[in-house]
Design a protein around this ligand. Structure first.
Ligand code: PLP
Length: 393
């Protein structure tokens, strides 16, 4: 077949004009064949799914639970989600009307944006940020408005939110994600309370992605949804907490009217979530709330090692409080941009990282390093980076 002319998208769909494929994945593909590469560029938990959770999925297949589930997921799972949110955060969500099970947090985000954005609506997004937010908002016809948080250690402050709203008074939604991909920073209850005051004052709807909530190290994870449940679409799932990225299981919790609309979109996008993944999730939520504890402990140790060593090598590091990423400022002696530097690191030091520019212009000058990799791989990568830096003083 002849090579498809990319500009055909001009003919068929102008919404795709601004959408570029995720640079996290494209950069990863670009460097993956370098022999001996140690990869610190993946957003994949460095653990297997817990055995009892896997078994629940296997049993569901063996028991021929292979039909469509209800569109919004099995009630038993929605009840398990509702109980989790109650026990963990003392929040009340009606499993019948205020929870929908989705194909991962990604589909929860897509369905939420499609259900709530009118053409031209502005959506405020702290940057550097997870690239899907910008693209999904654009696909829904909205206009992403990035807020560069690099001057405030990657945290959105109430002041910056107010200032952005002064120039974008019609902005409709705000995306929050914490612990944050790619920086690992999180927010305390007090910081969220301050942000909530601004959100309430301006009547914003918050799309609140807490997918890394169970992977928080130094502070207690607090849910923004508890502060302003009427303004918040809570996005979560089991991909990171239970090392279940490939199962594709997430959920949305929020006010019934919004969840009904999200569910309407979700039904057309995916019909219903995967059955084995739902049974695995019921098991994880009902009997596996201890599962993230050893993962959290291991990630924390890896974070401490990597933060200390990267600082010694001259990288600027804001200590991450959660997730499994470090967003490190490239030492001043290197003049190339983050993509060029990451390419050199891959070719010369044999260490794979993600250029900060993959997370928006606010990420230029930084690298994202994932510490989901095994400790020996992290140690190897750090040793190779040390030699590289020493050779380039
Ligand atoms: N949100 C953030 C911030 C993420 O980092 C990721 C995955 O890396 C997702 C959502 C996607 O989660 P899921 O695999 O459940 O779709």
């Amino acid at each position: 077949m002849p090579e498809l002319d990319h500009r055909l998208s001009d003919v068929y769909n102008h919404r795709l004009d601004t959408i570029t494929p995720s640079q996290i994945r494209s950069f990863s593909r670009e460097i993956q064949d370098i022999p001996g590469l140690v990869s610190l560029n993946v957003g994949e938990p460095g653990f297997n799914t817990p055995e009892h959770v896997k078994q629940a999925a296997i049993d569901s297949i063996a028991n021929n639970q292979s039909h469509y589930s209800p569109q919004n997921g099995w009630l038993e799972l929605r009840e398990a989600i509702s109980n989790y949110l109650k026990n963990r955060y003392q929040m009340d969500y009606d499993p019948e009307a205020e929870v929908t099970v989705t194909d991962g947090a990604t589909e929860a985000l897509s369905s939420s944006f499609l259900a709530t954005i009118n053409p031209g609506d502005e959506v405020l997004i702290p940057m550097p940020g997870y690239p899907a937010y910008t693209s999904l908002v654009e696909l829904a016809g909205g206009v992403p408005v990035g807020m560069d948080t690099s001057a405030t250690e990657f945290k959105l402050t109430p002041k910056q939110l107010e200032e952005t709203l002064a120039t974008h008074p019609d902005a409709k939604e705000l995306v929050l994600n914490y612990p944050t991909n790619p920086t690992g920073v999180s927010y305390t209850k007090e910081e969220l309370e301050q942000l909530a005051k601004v959100v309430a004052k301006h009547g914003l709807l918050v799309v609140d992605d807490e997918i890394y909530g169970e992977l928080t190290y130094d502070i207690e994870h607090f849910s923004f949804a508890k502060l302003l449940p009427e303004n918040t679409i809570l996005i979560n799932g089991l991909s990171k907490s239970h090392a279940m990225t490939g199962y594709r299981l997430g959920y949305v919790a929020g006010p019934a009217a919004i969840v009904t609309d999200v569910n309407k979109v979700h039904g057309y996008l995916v019909t219903s979530p995967s059955n084995p993944a739902q049974y695995a999730a019921i098991e994880a939520l009902n009997n596996g709330m201890e599962d993230p504890i050893p993962m959290r402990k291991a990630y924390r140790e890896r974070r401490d090692l990597m933060t200390t060593e990267l600082r010694k090598l001259g990288f600027g590091v804001v200590t991450p409080e959660g997730a499994f990423y470090i967003f490190a400022k490239i030492p001043a002696q290197f003049k190339e941009n983050s993509r060029e530097f990451a390419l050199r690191l891959a070719r010369e030091a044999k260490v794979g990282v993600t250029p900060g520019s993959a997370f928006g212009v606010a990420g230029e000058g930084y690298l994202r390093l994932s510490y989901a990799a095994d400790l020996d791989q992290i140690e190897k990568a750090l040793a190779q980076m040390k030699t590289f830096i020493e050779n380039n003083q």
